[in-house]
Write a protein that binds this ligand. Structure first.
Ligand SMILES: *Cc1c(COP(=O)(O)O)cnc(C)c1O
Length: 428
């Protein structure tokens, strides 16, 4: 697989190089030189999830990973399913929250951890990542206990639920967590500063596990195939997929699946009040505002870092611009959607509810809607209980950490403080 830096076409990388580097020169994102088309999609859709995913990934990545190696990576990473649940006559939910940290980020996080530990051949690596909640937990669990890989996770202090925080701040060992006194965008910009600083980048062999890492995106392509395989055959070419979006990694992966030939009719990019993309799609003007806090906090992002890849998918002719709509759902309608889902017997959380709301109002005659269930409702227990007025029970991964102490360190939002902390912690 050949990848090219979207900011500098002279900066190219193999799959392994792009996975190790994360970002390219000038903080440019790596993008496939060519997205290969799959043949016999119907046949592929008949296969079981793991076997099919190996084929999809083999087509994308090529022969860079030995066959046995890719098989082992996928079998270890995708050890849980992605069931589709029917919500009403024409709307379905793709449940991506059956992994160890109960959010879709387990797919990308685990695939990346397995890939990286195999391609780095025992050389020490430091993963540095910012999280608004779910990434941190997925990355922490995926890398916990992997030899020669240290993980540093920054998160906005007090801006994610206590329970969510416990999922990744209680592991210890090679997992180091830092509470930054600022919002998520500030955490993300600290990560960028570290990658710009050769002392840290080279001294600690930095790697980012954000949704900018190409391995995470490629892993996520696989569950779009899984979704279509579970929908009624006669409706397969009428599917509208609504993606609750923050950094737009999930939507990018869906578009790559479509570019490979998966019959997805069109996409809806559903956001909360942080609606840079829906406004851009309507007005043509890229005008990010300051980030506002919402109940769908994993989507509180006003400068989505995967957006250049979506632009590239459109500019390079893989995706017709008409296949993408943006929709903003405010706080009141998010709660309304959660209640409407509950009335149909489906308990959901704010992120998925936003995508449900966006798609259920947009379907045309003959279409069916699929929204991504990006997290388990118990991950947002307080909000869900407040909105629905019913207690919900904790699944095992959350119940297990609820009583444990956080091991996170507090830091101000300055790069100097972060650098000092990381160097003293990790410099050999
Ligand atoms: C990360 C996350 C999102 C946003 O996904 P992106 O790929 O960043 O657009 C949506 N919902 C939940 C629950 C998440 O954790």
């Amino acid at each position: 697989m050949e990848l090219v830096n979207l900011k500098d076409s002279s900066d190219t990388a193999s799959f392994a190089e792009a996975v190790k580097r994360g970002l390219g020169k000038n903080q440019g994102l790596y993008f496939p030189e060519k997205i290969p088309a799959l043949h016999d999609i119907d046949g592929l859709l008949e296969k079981p999830f793991v076997e099919r995913s190996i084929e999809v990934l083999r087509t994308l990545i090529g022969d860079e990973l030995a066959e046995g190696e890719l098989n082992a990576i996928v079998e270890t990473a995708f050890s849980f399913g992605a069931p589709v649940e029917q919500v009403n006559d024409n709307v379905y939910s793709l449940e991506l929250f059956h992994g160890p940290t109960l959010a879709f980020k387990d797919f990308g996080g685990r695939f990346m951890a397995q890939t990286l530990s195999r391609i780095s051949e025992g050389k020490p690596i430091t993963i540095l990542t910012a999280t608004s909640g779910d990434t941190g937990a997925a990355v922490a669990h995926a890398f916990h206990g992997i030899e020669n890989i240290n993980v540093v996770i920054l998160f906005p202090k007090g801006k994610i639920s206590k329970l969510q925080e416990k999922l990744f701040t209680t592991l210890g060992g090679n997992i180091h967590t830092v509470a930054i006194e600022a919002d998520f965008d500030a955490c993300q910009s600290l990560v960028k500063s570290a990658f710009d600083d050769p002392d840290v980048r080279e001294g600690l062999h930095l790697n980012s596990a954000n949704s900018i890492n190409i391995s995470r995106l490629l892993a996520q392509v696989c569950y779009y195939f899984e979704a279509i395989s579970q929908l009624p055959k006669e409706k397969r070419d009428q599917v509208v997929i609504s993606v609750p979006s923050g950094n737009f990694g999930n939507l990018t992966a869906g578009m790559i699946a479509k570019a490979m030939g998966l019959p997805i009719k069109r996409f809806i990019a559903a956001t909360n009040l942080n609606d840079t993309v829906p406004r851009y799609l309507k007005t043509g003007e890229w005008d990010p505002k300051s980030t506002v806090a919402t109940i769908s906090n994993a989507m509180d992002v006003s400068q989505p870092n995967n957006w250049p890849r979506i632009e590239a998918l459109i500019e390079r002719g893989y995706i017709d611009k008409a296949c993408l709509k943006g929709e903003m759902v405010d706080e009141e309608y998010t709660q309304l959607a959660m209640r409407q889902l509950a009335q149909q017997g489906y308990t959901s959380e704010p992120h998925a509810a936003i995508a449900y709301r966006a798609v259920s109002h947009d379907l045309e005659e003959g279409e069916i809607g699929l929204f991504l269930g990006t997290a388990h409702p118990a991950k947002f227990r307080e909000t869900v209980e407040n909105v629905l007025g019913n207690p919900i029970s904790l699944p095992k991964p959350l119940a297990d950490v609820a009583g444990e102490d956080s091991l996170a360190v507090d830091l101000p939002a300055t790069y100097e403080a972060l650098k000092q902390h990381m160097m003293s912690l990790l410099k050999p």
